[in-house]
Ligand binder design. Structure first.
Ligand SMILES: [Zn+2]
Length: 352
């Protein structure tokens, strides 16, 4: 596949980087998460372990167990947002090994940090919302996420069935999407992906670990029926929450889906492209910011993926001002509900 070209850095990006650098110099801070990220990680990982142990080794009554399975799903999503995602971007800690460990939490949850790095860091963060390149908007044939994708009859109802589809996302990720990447060696525009021995072993180990921890052991200890109900609630909650948080950033009303010209040239530079294709949500909610690991500040994250999410609330003031100064629209939905409603309207429009 031909490589797409962005324009050379715009004045907007050069100026914005200077303003952000000045922030870190003035505050005498480094760009990494540090102690705040460690405390959060310890809190989330221990919640996960405690919930898992209560459910599997000491199964409570049905209603409480259902509630705890949902909490386990939320804890899993939060580990993904706060620990794995930051580790994968190298912003969790100054220490490279700590970032690696944080990124590998994905393997302990059944995924593959290796494929995720290619899909997310290399592909999605570069070619955001470009059809045929950004793997995140490739949910064909079940969903149509932009106008250049083929419209099928079923898409008329995608604004209704998204809920179920997103709920299956985590399960599909572990047992289908990763396998597809592994056997096709292809993610978006990246083809012939090399896999070394260590990655082969890591890949199959993480799948086996997921099957042992979340399927085999629960069946042996709580029985098949309880396992089936619990596991379904756990994977559905995780999938739904992960999907919704990622979709609210790039597939809501007014975001752009840029198309390159015949010479594979895009109209803007990379930074302006990120602003045009990304939207924030509920940035004033401390709870949402805490839980999503700053993924509600997606504009800041896409412009500065190498800066820890703990700084995004501060950076958003700088980015918002720079966008206003350069006449760029800073897309934002005030609350989670408004953002979800915008996503549903977007899906409805794409289904017509
Ligand atoms: Zn990211």
């Amino acid at each position: 596949m031909a490589t797409l070209k962005f324009n050379a850095s715009s004045l907007f990006y050069t100026d914005l980087k200077e303003r952000v650098n000045k922030y870190f110099v003035d505050k005498k801070k480094s760009q990494y998460g540090g102690i705040r990220a460690y405390i959060k990680a310890a809190l989330l990982l221990s919640s996960f372990v405690i919930l898992y142990c209560i459910l599997v080794f000491n199964t409570p009554g049905n209603l409480l167990a259902i509630f705890l399975c949902m909490l386990l799903g939320l804890a899993t999503a939060a580990i993904g947002f706060n620990v794995m995602h930051d580790g994968g971007h190298g912003t969790f800690s100054k220490n490279k090994a700590m970032n690696r460990i944080a990124a590998l939490t994905l393997n302990f949850l059944g995924g593959s940090a290796y494929f995720w790095n290619i899909k997310h860091n290399m592909v999605h963060h570069t070619y955001t919302n470009i059809d045929g390149h950004d793997d995140d908007i490739e949910i064909t044939p079940l969903m149509r996420m932009c106008k250049s994708q083929r419209l099928r009859k079923v898409h008329k109802y995608q604004y209704i069935y998204w809920f179920v589809l997103y709920g299956f996302m985590y399960f599909t990720w572990v047992f289908y999407l990763d396998m597809k990447k592994y056997f096709s060696r292809k993610i978006g525009p990246k083809e012939d992906i090399k896999i070394d021995f260590k990655t082969h072993v890591g890949f199959w180990f993480s799948k086996a670990l997921h099957i042992f921890t979340f399927i085999f052991l629960p069946i042996a200890l709580v029985g098949f029926e309880k396992f089936l109900l619990g596991y379904s609630i756990f994977v559905f909650t995780t999938g739904l929450v992960i999907s919704v948080v990622f979709q609210l950033a790039h597939t809501v009303e007014h975001v752009d889906f840029p198309v390159a010209n015949d010479e594979q040239q895009l109209e803007t530079d990379w930074a302006v492209h990120q602003v045009l294709t990304t939207s924030n949500f509920a940035t004033r909610s401390r709870i949402v910011s805490f839980f999503t690991g700053g993924l509600n500040h997606q504009i800041e994250h896409h412009l500065f993926p190498r800066i820890s999410h703990v700084f995004y609330p501060d950076l958003s003031e700088i980015v918002r001002k720079a966008c206003a100064d350069y006449g760029l629209i800073y897309l934002e939905q005030r609350t989670v509900l408004l953002a979800i409603s915008s996503h549903v309207k977007f899906l409805r429009a794409m289904g017509k």
